[in-house]
Design a protein around this ligand. Structure first.
Ligand code: BGC
Length: 282
């Protein structure tokens, strides 16, 4: 199929059904990019949302306002998810002011590229600390609260849901990004190990593994027409992902509609993990 024959891009409509009504969610890294879209999508679906951020209080407040506009409650809490004391304080505040937590969406993450022989220990540590240790610290706190409270049948079939933000790079190696790819590979087995351990408590733990999504983390990959065209050679569905694609997936995965889904990575990547080079080669 040549370019002229490709169909026009038509975007799906936003979720309007309140399938998360009465649930309390925490979205880390909720002030921009995928985190912002997920926080707003959860609010649209009826959840009260705590928007965690580390920098950019104003942006976080904008997300809070967008959530309130759709009739849900929201508040912003600043915390660096890689710091144990800040994570504990954030959960204490949430459990105090919002009363409990039903859904944790671990999104805070960073990228710092460098060739392996030039990558500093600081670049390695910063990415692992936020992307992997940060997700562990938040998941640990959430599991403590889920176990303490148990299932509340009027709210959800599960005692709690955790969604880890992974990446296609939990399976696709990424030259120049050894810290990032190692963190996401780690997220995959962290998520599955926690899922296996806490499933008997009716706690569901899953990941979403996005491909290329149009956010500030990867502007180099889509901002110019040349970069976009190069990116499209890696995406069989021939469009970049939008943050709302992840928002819709998160709402569904957190809802009781996905109640029997536990310990999986849901790839939302337009087919990036389908080895696109083999469409014509091999
Ligand atoms: C990264 C993006 C990248 C995408 C596909 C994501 O996990 O954050 O920067 O464009 O993977 O390679």
């Amino acid at each position: 199929m040549n370019e002229e024959q490709l169909p026009q891009v038509v975007m799906p409509q936003c979720q309007t059904e309140k399938i998360l009504k009465g649930q309390k969610a925490l979205v880390t890294g909720g002030s921009s990019g995928i985190g912002k879209a997920v926080a707003i999508a959860l609010g649209h679906a009826g959840a009260d949302v705590v928007v965690n951020y580390v920098r950019g209080a104003e942006q976080a407040q904008e997300v809070v306002a967008a959530i309130e506009l759709c009739g849900s409650r929201a508040m912003a809490i600043q915390a660096d998810v890689s710091q144990e004391d800040q994570v504990s304080a954030m959960f204490a505040k949430m459990n105090g002011e919002v009363s409990t937590i039903d859904i944790l969406i671990n999104i805070a993450g960073r990228q710092q590229a460098a060739p392996v022989d030039q990558m500093t220990l600081d670049q390695w540590n910063k990415v692992i600390d936020v992307n992997l240790t940060g997700q562990f610290l938040c998941a640990r706190e959430a599991v403590r609260e889920f176990k303490r409270r148990g299932v509340v049948p009027e709210i959800s079939c599960a005692a709690g849901k955790i969604i880890c933000m992974s990446s296609v790079h939990e399976v696709i190696p990424w030259a120049g990004h050894v810290n990032y790819a190692a963190s996401k590979g780690g997220v995959m087995l962290m998520m599955k190990s926690i899922a296996q351990e806490v499933a008997p408590y009716r706690i569901r733990v899953n990941s979403i593994a996005p491909g290329a999504i149009r956010t500030p983390i990867n502007t180099d990959a889509w901002q110019t027409p040349e970069a976009y065209d190069a990116l499209m050679t890696l995406v069989p569905y021939k469009r970049i992902g939008e943050p709302e694609d992840i928002g819709r997936a998160a709402v569904w995965l957190a809802s009781d509609q996905a109640d029997y889904i536990n310990g999986i990575s849901l790839f939302v990547d337009g087919g990036m993990t389908l080895y696109p080079g083999f469409a014509t080669g091999g």
